[in-house]
Each structure stands twice: as structure tokens, then as C-alpha cells.
Design a protein around this ligand. Sequence first.
Ligand code: ADP
Length: 255
Amino acid sequence: MTEPIVKFQNIHKSFGDVEVLKGINLDIHPAEKVAVIGPSGSGKTTIIRMLMTLEEPTDGDIIVAGRNLWKMEKKGKTVPANENHLREIRGDIGMVFQHFNLFPHMTILENCMTAPINVKKEPKEEVKKRSIEMLERVGLGDKVDNYPSQLSGGQKQRVAMARALVMRPKIMLFDEVTSALDPELVGEVLNVIRDIAKNDDMAMILVTHEMDFALDIADKVLFLDEGIIAEQGTASEVIEHSENDRLQEFLHRFR
Ligand code: ADP
């Protein structure tokens, strides 16, 4: 078995007096597609935000591609990570949010090009070529010069995906990317994610309430409940065959 690309080692997270994650242990392997399901408030987004370095665990270690996210070695000692260390790890991680966070004053092509050029300092022509390829891949090759305001919600979400893919991340995070969309736009976005999941070898972590979608694409499903991984296994084991009462109750609300 290859080394995990992401490891959570006994992760605890509290906000004030409230402990929202109570000891999460998790290995995600390269190319693995992991769906995270669970009731509202169970800690799903906190897991994603920790990987994005937006929240620091109260206790435990997160290892990404062999590097400890929050700690680094300096002169033989372990010290808190500095901004350079965090930035390097962030380069391996792409994210698509519930709200698209596109820059309104830039065309969709410019939206895709800005991070590789300005953050990764890559050559403009190469980034442009790759951005166009990715926009074609998400079905927006004819919209490269449009502005976000000229697109539907589903199209904006597809731009957000192309923008993340242009960075060539090793890990892609999707946090309830369809929950802010009108129902008729959900399918087109799920189809693009499905295409990425089936054809790309990056690891993917998806927080989703779309159970049929999770069954279709996930190698592994985690049921998060009250801050612990209450159930995990293949999609079929967790979604179709688990006897966990809390999970059953949760699934009844979504199926
Ligand atoms: P989920 O994504 O499963 O709905 P979250 O990870 O968003 O759950 O939140 C888990 C719990 O942590 C919730 O009770 C939420 O109110 C709380 N929480 C999340 N972020 C913060 C924060 N920045 N400050 C205080 N409480 C927070």
C-alpha cells in the first residue's frame, strides 16, 4: 500500500468550550475518493477547513504528502509552522466552496490564470493554455471571455472547478458544492465532478448530501457524527448496508 497523502492523527478541535472534533484518525491514499457525510454541525466543514489551513487543530497532527501541516523542523527542533511552510502545503490542495468565490472583475479565463501566475509564478502562456483546456473540460470552452455575472450558478461552480484544477493539486476538497444551487443545476455540476473523479488520479474529499452520487464515485465513505467518525467503509457498506441507528436515521432524511 502506498503512503497516505493525508493523515489525521488523533485530531481534536474545540471552539471555546465546545469540542467539535473528538479524536479523528483518518488515512487517505493518493487517488482515493472519500465522501464525508453526516448531520449538520457534526464537524465536516471543520475537517475541510483544517486541511485548507484555515483552522488549527487543538490537538493532534495532520500530515499532508509527508509534511506535518502545523509543525516544522528548525535547527533540529520542532517549532510551529511558519507562513512559507503553510503556503508550500497549500500548493498541493485545491478547493471548491459552496459559494464560488470568483473574482467579479475578471473574465473566467483570468479567474483561472491568476493563482498559477501570481502565486506559483508560472509562465503566462503555459497557464493560459492549461486554463483553456480545463475550461473546455468543464464544458465552458465557449465562455472564456465572459464575466462571472454572465453565467448561471452551475456554470460559475464549473469555473471554480476549472480554476482549482489549473493548479494541479494532489488533493481536491469539495465542500457541499451543490447545496447553494437551484435543483436543476445540480446535475451538471455533479457530472463534472464525476468526470474528474473517474479520470484523474488526485485524491478527493467531498462533503456531500448527494447519497447516490457518493455511491457512484466514492471509494470510501465516512459518517461523521458528533465529532467522531461513527462509521466508515465502502460506499455500499456505509450507505446501503450499515446497521448504525444514527446513520439510518440520517440517511432517511436524504434518500
Ligand atoms: P458541519 O460542516 O458538519 O455542518 P461544522 O464543521 O461547520 O459542521 O461545525 C461543527 C460545529 O462547530 C458546529 O456546532 C459549529 O457551530 C461549530 N463551529 C464551526 N466553526 C466555528 C467557529 N469558527 N467558531 C465557533 N464555532 C464554530
